[in-house]
Ligand binder design. Structure first.
Ligand SMILES: *Cc1c(COP(=O)(O)O)cnc(C)c1O
Length: 405
């Protein structure tokens, strides 16, 4: 077999945005003590992305360890149901069950190049913690994962997996004991131990260079999907749909199509229980510009700038901020963002189970709902490409609880 056939897609490498700015968004809102570490990380990433040996090592890991390229799958029964051709980019089939490993493998290769042997990470549902713990085991690096106590309770299996992989999971008891608080703790640890520690942020958020770095590492999704759609259908999709928590799977798949102005981009946020304060996680649809975790973006906050609490049936979308590039894409109109609520996501979860034999992550189910809803528009034209960001194994308990009401 031609070895090129199963080669994973290439990263879509761009220069870092000047000063880390996406229009008015992005930047570096951090204590003076971490500025040198951010500059070091940016320089290391720029050098690594220009180094064929680094790119080859990452591509080998993608192919032989992680399971790239992931398939692009024509969901025929779902398409029939929606009245619209729907294709799924199967990140649920990636090792550890979600797109998070693309980022963790790349960042840990970088950490190793920088000589940093201690790794800290934050996690919500546990998928990023799991991906980081996995890559730390592979590279023999020390791993500390900060996780809110509430999330540890909701995601006990992922906590057990991280422990088995040799990571230390630190419970976070402040605030709402969820992702926002875990992120603050991880940043605090990093600021204190910055000389020997790399902070692996799990989404396209945080101070520059993280949004650019994470986007570049996740762009493998979009570069593969673009080639796969062209090969399979002879055309580009009319629309690309992805769920948005911090925005890494969305920006990763969007990256493949940003220059194709005819391809519409649709980001789907958590509508939660409704659009009241504290009931959802739809920062782009309902937030205002503000600063959280080191960068400027859309943010759910009250009149005094206090960050709102959030809710979503899916822990991965339960975050009050969003990556700065999405803020810019929203403002420029290049991408559109909508909110899908808990009930709709749950119905889409069941729909994909029954029509396609795929249990999606509840995060990804938000995108499935949005794609199916596009079919209600009589003028809608496919094919629509959906990023199926992860698998639903972690969510079975949540789904059963809801179904029993
Ligand atoms: C973490 C996660 C998300 C949300 O994160 P993004 O950075 O917005 O992609 C979505 N889907 C799954 C399966 C996740 O694990």
């Amino acid at each position: 077999m031609d070895p090129a056939v199963n080669r994973p897609g290439k990263l879509l490498i761009t220069s870092p945005p000047p000063a880390g700015r996406y229009g008015q968004f992005g930047g570096r809102f951090v204590p003076e003590t971490v500025m040198p570490a951010l500059a070091e990380l940016e320089a290391a990433a720029v050098a690594a992305f220009a180094d064929p040996q680094f790119l080859e090592e990452l591509a080998d890991l993608h192919a032989d360890y992680a399971g790239r390229p992931t398939p692009c799958y024509f969901a025929s029964r779902l398409s029939e149901h929606a009245g619209l051709a729907i294709w799924l980019k199967r990140e649920d089939l990636l090792h550890t069950g979600a797109h998070k490993l693309n980022n963790a493998l790349g960042q840990l290769l970088l950490a190793r190049r920088m000589g940093k042997r201690r790794i800290v990470a934050e996690t919500g549902a546990g998928q990023h913690g799991l991906a980081t713990a996995t890559a730390c085991a592979l590279f023999d690096l020390d791993c500390v994962v900060y996780m809110g106590e509430e999330d540890m309770r909701r995601q006990a299996v992922n906590v057990a997996k991280m422990n088995l992989l040799g990571a230390r999971v630190e419970p976070v008891r402040s605030g709402s004991r969820t992702l926002k608080d875990a992120t603050s703790e991880a940043i605090r640890d990093w600021v204190t131990n910055v000389r020997d520690t790399h902070y692996v942020i799990g989404s396209a958020v945080g101070p520059h260079p993280y949004p650019w770095l994470v986007r570049t590492l996740q762009s493998v999704i979009g570069s593969e999907a673009r080639e796969q759609m062209l090969a399979a259908t002879g055309a580009l999709p009319t629309q690309v749909v992805a769920c948005v928590g911090g925005g890494s799977n969305a920006i990763g798949i969007f990256a493949g199509f940003l220059d194709d102005s005819q391809v519409r981009l649709l980001g789907v946020e958590a509508g939660g229980r409704g659009l009241g304060r504290g009931e959802h996680g739809a920062s782009l649809s309902h937030g205002r510009p503000g600063v959280l975790h080191g960068s400027q973006s859309f943010l759910l906050q009250d009149e005094d700038g206090q960050v709102d609490s959030t809710h979503s049936i899916s822990a991965g979308l339960d975050y009050p901020g969003v990556g700065p590039e999405h803020a810019q894409l929203r403002q420029s109109g290049r991408a559109r963002y909508i909110a899908v609520d808990d009930e709709q996501a749950l119905a889409a979860f069941h729909l994909l189970c029954r029509l396609e034999g795929i249990l999606p992550a509840l995060e990804s189910a938000h995108a499935i709902h949005a794609a199916v809803a596009l079919g209600r528009d009589a003028d809608a034209e496919g094919p629509v490409l959906v990023c199926l960001s992860g698998r639903g194994d972690k969510d079975i308990d949540t789904v059963l609880e809801w179904d029993q009401g």
